[in-house]
Every structure is written in C-alpha cells, then in structure tokens.
Design a protein around this ligand. Sequence first.
Ligand SMILES: O=C(O)c1ccccc1NCC(=O)[C@H](O)[C@H](O)COP(=O)(O)O
Length: 220
Amino acid sequence: MPETLIKICGLTTPETVDAAVEAGATHIGLVHFPDSPRHIAISDAAKLRQRLPRHVKAVLLTVNLDPKATALALQAIEPDVLQLHGSETVEWLKLIKDNSKLEVWKAVGLKDRGTLERAERFKDAAHRVIYDAPSHASAGALPGGNGLTLDWRLLMNYRHAMDWGLAGGLTPDNVADAIRYTGAPLVDASSGLESERGVKDIGRIKAFCQAAREAQPAQV
Ligand SMILES: O=C(O)c1ccccc1NCC(=O)[C@H](O)[C@H](O)COP(=O)(O)O
C-alpha cells in the first residue's frame, strides 16, 4: 500500500514550512490569492520554496489568475505543482500541462455524485483532482480553505478515473477516519491546522502528519 501523500496548505512563514517538512509532509501549499488570509506575495513564496528539500514538493495555488500573472509566478517560484482552485477551463489546464513540466492539479467542490462524475472531464488535462468542500457565501466566499467537510460517503468505493486527493475540513482528529472511509491517496488540510484564521499551529501540523501517516484505509 503506497504511503498517503500529505499536503499542508496555506503556509506563510519559514517556521511552519520547516515544521511541515520535519513532520513528514510530502507537499506544502502556497496560496497566491489576495482575498485569502493565507495569501503570500510571489517574492515571499519564492523564498519559502527554496527552503524545501527535494523530496517535499511545492504546490502553488491560484484562483482564476490570468495567464501573464501565472507565468510570472511560475517563473519566480518554480513550484512542482500548480493547483488551480477557481473556474479554470479544461482547455486552459491542458495548455499548461502540455507546455510545462509542472504537475497540474484541479480543485473541485464536491456537492454530489454528479459533480464527482463531471470532474472526470479533467482526466487528460490535470494530473490530479482535489475534492474539496463546495464553498458557500456564508463561509466568507473563499473558494477553499473554509474548514468545511464534504460528504465522504460520495467517495466510498468510487472508481476514480484519475489520481485524486481529499481536502475540506480535515484536522488531526478526523484525518484517520477520512482516510479509512474514502481511501484517499492524498490528504490536504489548511484551516484545521490553525490557532486563528490564517495562522498555522506547529503542534497541529505535527499531529495531522502523524495521524495521516498512521492511518490505514479500510479493506474493501
Ligand atoms: O486556503 C485558502 O485560503 C484558499 C483560498 C482560496 C482558494 C483555495 C484555498 N485553499 C485551498 C486548499 O488547498 C485548502 O487546503 C483546501 O481548500 C482545504 O481547506 P480547509 O478546509 O481549510 O482544510
């Protein structure tokens, strides 16, 4: 059974990046989206990226960022993965995938079985789909990082057409159950690892990575 991949998202400081690496995260997420409490400027993201050892991958996260700004951010940060978290089209993703060495991930707000099936349209355009909770206006209208859990039952025993990951309201307390119920090959957490909005808690990062590493998916 391959090890569960662990993405700690929305890191903004050297201390929390180092803690995530030490705790065993396989990916760290840098959110470049000005409306987010976890927004990071390109020059700061580039500095954090340079702290990573080769085995830990940098994920740059953008939301409907225009092509020119995307190119500048990619050039400065040199991430391993570009995670698109807005309403980016299949065509745009495919263009990036076919013209770069980047891994391209697409986040999808998972409401129901229909959303799950429609996400398959990204099969040839993205390397991985990240199922997140659908965002609601009441959650502050952020496309992600809202700490909302999606209905894990939608993913139980689903035959995925592409690589995938689970996000949405994951915490040190529920990540083992999330892996057990859904069989997620990658778990992604942000606000559940914070002491206050936008401020990561090193103790919670460590506890999350440990719980995710020790979790076993249920045998089906
Ligand atoms: O984290 C943000 O602030 C954010 C803002 C805009 C788009 C996406 C964002 N986060 C994306 C992530 O990958 C989060 O890890 C994912 O949405 C899960 O967040 P949470 O429910 O807080 O664990």
